[in-house]
Design a protein around this ligand. Sequence first.
Ligand code: MN
Length: 252
Amino acid sequence: MKILLANDDGYRAPGLRQLKDALAGVAPLTVVAPDRNRSGASNSLTLDMPLRVQRAEEDVWYVINGTPTDCVHLAITGLFDEDFDMVVSGVNDGANLGDDVLYSGTVAAAIEGRFLGLPTMAVSMVPGEGRVRHFETGAKVARILVDRLLSAPLHQSTILNVNVPDVPFEDIKGFEATRLGYRHRAEPVVKARDPRGRKIYWVGMAGPGQDAGPGTDFHAVANGHVSVTPLQVDLTRHGAIEGLRKWLMESA
Ligand code: MN
């Protein structure tokens, strides 16, 4: 049993350090992380420039000038002689609730590990006001779920998307199996000028939860629970195939 750790906040991120400390002793750990913050990278691969792997200060740390998906992709397709059994990604500095998962590099790293034969997991902190304070809570949650997976495996192609309220671990009210909710439309783009007077833009903040009722990830976290959502990669809207078939026939 070997566990690969990754993130999208970059190898210096405190959440990744906490994750590694919390999982020490469960299994041999290898960390492969981007050289800088690549939050929002989604499932992107770097195809237009070479990737370089640097070793950080410890034997187990590998740093890549690429995306979270590059990191896991390289790690499981030939960077190492050994195979991994599980990917744990995080602990992310920020929520990955609802439609966030489409943009998330944290979730993408877990998705990239889905061929490994064991469930993979993305763990994210959901801050209240201000910055995340309790990465150690997310790391401890990851440890509990990894221990549980090892003693009671889930279906192998499941990707667990875990969101953790930013509170001390003692204040967590429980674990809840959830579905993804979705957000209102994002805040408007932020317009500004650079020092030379040229227009620049910042992508605005994600919108608040819209579909956020009981059963959703938003609801679980808002009520002090750890939200655990099983994800799958099949984006096909199966229920629409039949109607589409008829529509195509009638259009022809
Ligand atoms: Mn991030």
